[in-house]
Design a protein around this ligand. Structure first.
Ligand code: CAA
Length: 445
């Protein structure tokens, strides 16, 4: 069977940055260590006055198309994953294709375009759609362009304000990919949950603490489901495990849970027995409550072991580097985690081709999906071709007052003019509204 997977990735960050421990925490009267140590965040990205989900998505896509030397006719599908859409009918992919058609001679009239929605999970679902389309033989040799783009803003004063972010990840899905091959086995954990939602409103209604519990519960279900069709996962099976990362502290919790699950009945559990005992088994406890308390005690011990700390440092830590510097990009977040890991491997000269990743995606509302990917030859060149470090270094550093203005500027219920902080250079920009309230864009040389 021909390999199908991700052939190229390009990232576009919002051009502004907010220093969370240095600027946001003091202004909010909070301890900076809540950000650095608790949530695991340093800075978040925000869009400048002329940026939005379309410009960021189109700019990432253009970099990808140019770098791969593609003609629009070679792309048979454009799917956008977002939870920040501003139009309930016309998909964001049409706006992005419209932008791209301003700069290429050819057009995307024969590409199937759509928009995927399931909170932060939608980026992974759009990759699935592309995979299925290629596997079904309906792609006529063409590639699929998947763009995950979001401006993750919370209402001012909401605890989620600490975890905001903005940016886009463009991915090309093809046969014989150059980054990762996707596995056919997938695990799902899905339930009707009311933890984070946007019922026809821009900023989410969030039950933050509950959303974290739901994240962990659905991830656990998805891992069990994955194992039922794949194999019993072992910590040594994977070079990295990129998770959906609303903030790195969330992944710290998920990683510990995953590790405990994977070491059960293995030589690692045996080796730890003398120091922290065996994992509590539910049947040995009077009721669920007693069992859960025993599990919490075991996890506290497990967290401090050399085995766990070393695994976490090697397999999870490297996935969090980008997220720590840009915040939550919702649909793009798990794909940033993958890139973060691959960049770490490239920087440290790790021979990754043939190694596996366990990719754990999640969307509130709620659904987790877990699958394996195999890194393929070509990954290093692809990763090294991105210019994320330059983009991150060029971001304008906002003061707290400027941040307040930026939040208002991107609030759909406010009509706020704002001077731009950066100068567009060879990119798509938002220029205003047309006669039918459509958003308009131009390419700036
Ligand atoms: N030093 C060290 N650590 C500190 C600290 C300090 N001075 N102050 C606080 N902390 C720690 C806390 O102990 C806590 O860590 P633990 O959970 O491990 O105990 C962490 O920092 C955060 O502190 P709080 O819990 O006090 O923070 P908060 O009440 O302001 O809310 C939040 C945190 C609930 C995550 C909030 O930011 C939120 O609602 N975020 C949006 C929802 C979200 O991201 N949910 C994640 C799961 S849902 C999902 O993944 C989908 C999605 O993308 C939204």
């Amino acid at each position: 069977m021909t390999a199908v997977g991700i052939d190229a990735v390009e990232i576009w960050t919002g051009k502004l940055r907010l220093d969370l421990p240095g600027t946001f925490a003091p202004a909010e009267g909070e301890d900076p260590e809540k950000y650095t140590k608790g949530l695991g965040l340093e800075t978040s990205s925000f869009p400048d006055a002329y940026e939005d989900i379309v410009t960021m998505g189109a700019n990432a896509a253009k970099r990808l198309i140019d770098r791969k030397g593609l003609d629009p006719q070679e792309i048979g599908r454009i799917d956008v994953a977002t939870e920040s859409a501003f139009d309930n009918s016309k998909p964001v992919s049409t706006y992005i294709a419209g932008c791209l058609e301003q700069v290429y001679d050819d057009d995307f009239h024969h590409a199937n375009k759509g928009e995927r929605k399931f909170a932060c999970l939608a980026g992974t679902q759009a990759i699935d759609d592309a995979y299925n389309w290629i596997r079904a033989g309906r792609n006529r040799g063409r590639a699929a362009l998947v763009v995950a783009t979001d401006t993750a803003l919370y209402a001012r004063g909401d605890p989620g304000e600490a975890t905001q972010g903005a940016g886009a990840v463009a991915m090309l899905v093809t046969e014989d990919p150059s980054v990762v091959e996707l596995s056919t086995e997938q695990g799902y954990g899905s339930a009707d949950e009311t933890d984070f939602l946007k019922p026809n409103q821009q900023f989410p209604s969030v039950d933050g603490k509950r959303s974290m519990q739901v994240y962990l519960a659905r991830m656990r279900e998805a891992l069990t489901d994955f194992e039922s069709v794949a194999w019993d996962a072992h910590p040594d099976d994977f070079a990295y495990t990129p998770f959906h990362t609303p903030f790195p502290g969330m992944v710290r919790k998920a990683g510990l849970l995953g590790y405990r699950h994977m070491i059960r009945d293995t030589e690692i559990e045996d080796a730890l027995e003398g120091r922290i005992g065996r994992q509590p088994r539910e049947e040995a406890h009077e009721d669920r409550e007693a069992y859960e308390e025993a599990i919490r005690g075991y996890m506290d011990e497990l967290k401090g072991t050399e085995e766990y700390r070393s695994w976490y440092g090697d397999v999870i830590g490297p996935t969090l580097d980008i997220s720590r510097r840009v915040g939550n990009w919702y649909t793009g977040s798990v794909h940033l985690a993958r890139m973060s890991a691959l960049r770490h491997a490239a920087d440290n000269d790790v021979d990754l081709a043939g190694r596996k990743l366990l990719v754990a995606s999640y969307g509130s509302g709620a659904q987790a999906e877990i699958h394996a990917e195999t890194v393929v030859d070509g990954w290093r060149e692809e990763v090294e071709a991105t210019n994320l470090d330059d983009q991150l270094a060029r971001r304008y550093d906002l003061s707290y007052e400027e941040y307040e203005g930026v939040h208002d500027r991107h609030n759909h219920d406010m009509d706020v003019e704002m001077e731009e902080f950066t100068r567009p250079d060879g990119e798509f920009v938002f220029t205003g509204w047309g006669r039918m309230s459509e958003r308009k864009y131009d390419y700036v040389e």
